[in-house]
Structures are given as structure tokens and as C-alpha cells.
Ligand binder design. Structure first.
Ligand SMILES: [Zn+2]
Length: 295
């Protein structure tokens, strides 16, 4: 992957030092200029974007307390991952800002991405590193614990980087489904056809893979990703961490019955998005003989 580390995205909430409790609440009714300057200084010293957390958190931010918790040292590999996540997040969202209205007449709205360590709260319940990366439709945020990606990073080089970018693009694919109302339609379908629950989950997941591919089409055209990234990285990404959106948003799907589809299916749908660059090519519901879930 060709990308340049460039700090944290405005849409990233970095909770790596404050997740799991132990921080102190800050603000509430607005910080004032002194508070803002304090956050700026802390951000410059630590290299983390507390200003962004403050602004995106609607006036509340949690910073690590020097007395109760020591800021955690991030490894160089993890910091690079955080920057890659930021880069990908911005690139994917800029792509959708342009493509979604063009192709579907729906305006795109930005999702946030929460980096955390160990445990944090989400609009869909507790987020833990074991859960894996996921998108929460209730608060429109993607949750990622970078320690979960150690395995991806061990692959090294461009493969690992593309695999991480792919996970971010897949989760934002779920955000696009949320904007288009497909998530909600699928839940209604599942309620009406309990027997088809898993099959419908797979269609939703494969569609998110295809939507990740639509971004990939644009990224490939701009020289950010290359064929070798795609070949190796996709296998890795499919094998390691993906979200458990079903479990998180509805709480009752047993892991053994939940599936994202086979690796082969996932690659097929990703490639379909990648080759075409068209949202209309991602109708996994239609190709299974259903009319719902169309764009
Ligand atoms: Zn997913």
C-alpha cells in the first residue's frame, strides 16, 4: 500500500489511554479558551488528538489521570497502525462523500472511529478487544482495538497494511448500509423469516465486502493499493478479525451459527466491487433471489 502517515483523523476518537476506566471526566458545559489550550498542549506532548475527542464527544473528553493511571506506551507498530487506520478512514469517507450521492442520490454522512484498548462503551453495548472490530449502527461508530490486530501486523509489509485497511473499509461498508436503510430492512426480513437469519447475515456481510471493494476501485485507480496487496491481504483480513455486528446490535446470535460467508465468497464479492467501482454491483440480496436490500 502506498500511503503517508499523517497523524490522526478528525473522525478518530482515541480512547486508548482512557478505556477500561481510570480516567477523569473533563468539561461538560464547554471548556473555555484555557481548557482548549490545555488540550492542545496535551495533544502536542502526547501526540494524541484530545481536541478532536473533545469536539466529537459533544463537549466531554476523558484524559488519563496522572495520579491513577499512567499513559500507556504505544509501540511504534501500533502507532503506525493508528495512522494507517486514520489514513484509510479519511480516504474511504472522502470516496463515499463523492460516490454515494453520484450513484445512489443519498448524501454521505461521516462515521466516527473509536480506537480503544481492552474495553470501552459503545452505543451497542460493551466493546471488548475479543469482540473484534465492529460497526455500531446506533451511534454510527466503528470500534477497533489495535491489539486485536497483532496477528495481522505479524504478517508484515504491505499485506498486513492492506488487511488492516480492508477491515476499516468493510466496517464503513456497514455504515453505508445503515445510511441506505439496508441494515434496517435486513432486520425486518430476519424477524419475518427466522429460518433465513444466517443466510441474511451472510448477504449483509458480503455486501459490506463488496462496498469495501468499491472503495478499493477508487484507491487502486489512485495508486494507493495494488494487485499484490489485494491478493494476499484479503485472505488475511477474512481469516482474522471481522466484526460481530449481529451479536453486538442484537445480543443473541450464537457464534457457531453466525457466519460472514466463506473466504471464497468474500473474495468474490470484494472483487466485484473492486472491478466495477459500482454500488449497484453489490446487491447480494438480489443475487439470492430477493428484491429487498436494493439500492
Ligand atoms: Zn461485517
Amino acid at each position: 500500500m502506498d500511503w503517508t502517515p499523517g497523524g490522526l483523523s478528525r473522525d478518530v476518537e482515541d480512547r486508548r489511554d482512557s478505556s477500561g476506566g481510570g480516567g477523569f471526566g473533563f468539561g461538560g458545559g464547554g471548556l473555555g479558551i484555557v481548557g482548549i489550550l490545555f488540550l492542545l498542549v496535551i495533544s502536542l506532548i502526547t501526540g494524541r488528538n484530545y481536541i478532536g475527542s473533545y469536539l466529537s464527544g459533544g463537549g466531554r473528553v476523558t484524559t488519563p489521570s496522572s495520579s491513577s493511571t499512567r499513559p500507556v506506551e504505544h509501540s511504534a507498530a501500533e502507532d503506525r497502525s493508528a495512522q494507517l487506520v486514520s489514513f484509510t478512514l479519511d480516504d474511504v469517507q472522502q470516496t463515499w462523500e463523492k460516490l454515494l450521492p453520484e450513484q445512489t442520490q443519498h448524501p454521505y454522512r461521516h462515521a466516527k472511529l473509536v480506537l480503544f484498548r481492552g474495553y470501552t462503551r459503545s452505543g451497542c453495548g460493551a466493546a471488548q478487544s475479543q469482540t473484534g472490530p465492529f460497526y455500531c449502527p446506533q451511534d454510527e461508530k466503528v470500534y477497533i482495538d489495535l491489539s486485536f490486530w497483532d496477528e495481522l501486523r505479524r504478517l508484515g509489509g504491505g499485506t498486513a497494511e492492506f488487511a488492516q485497511a480492508y477491515v476499516v473499509a468493510h466496517e464503513l461498508g456497514h455504515h453505508v448500509q445503515n445510511i441506505l436503510g439496508i441494515e434496517q430492512q435486513m432486520r425486518q426480513l430476519q424477524a419475518r423469516n427466522p429460518g433465513a437469519k444466517n443466510q441474511l447475515s451472510v448477504m449483509l456481510e458480503l455486501q459490506a465486502d463488496c462496498l469495501a471493494g468499491v472503495w478499493g476501485h477508487s484507491a487502486e485507480a489512485r495508486g494507493i493499493i495494488h494487485q499484490d496487496d489485494v491478493d494476499a491481504g484479503l485472505k488475511a483480513a477474512a481469516a482474522v478479525g471481522d466484526d460481530h455486528i449481529q451479536k453486538m446490535s442484537r445480543g443473541a446470535v450464537s457464534p457457531e451459527s453466525f457466519t460472514h460467508g466463506s473466504s471464497e465468497q468474500r473474495q468474490t464479492w470484494f472483487m466485484r466491487g473492486l472491478k466495477s467501482g459500482e454500488v449497484s454491483q453489490c446487491n447480494t440480496f438480489q443475487s439470492a433471489g430477493r428484491s429487498s436490500g436494493s439500492f
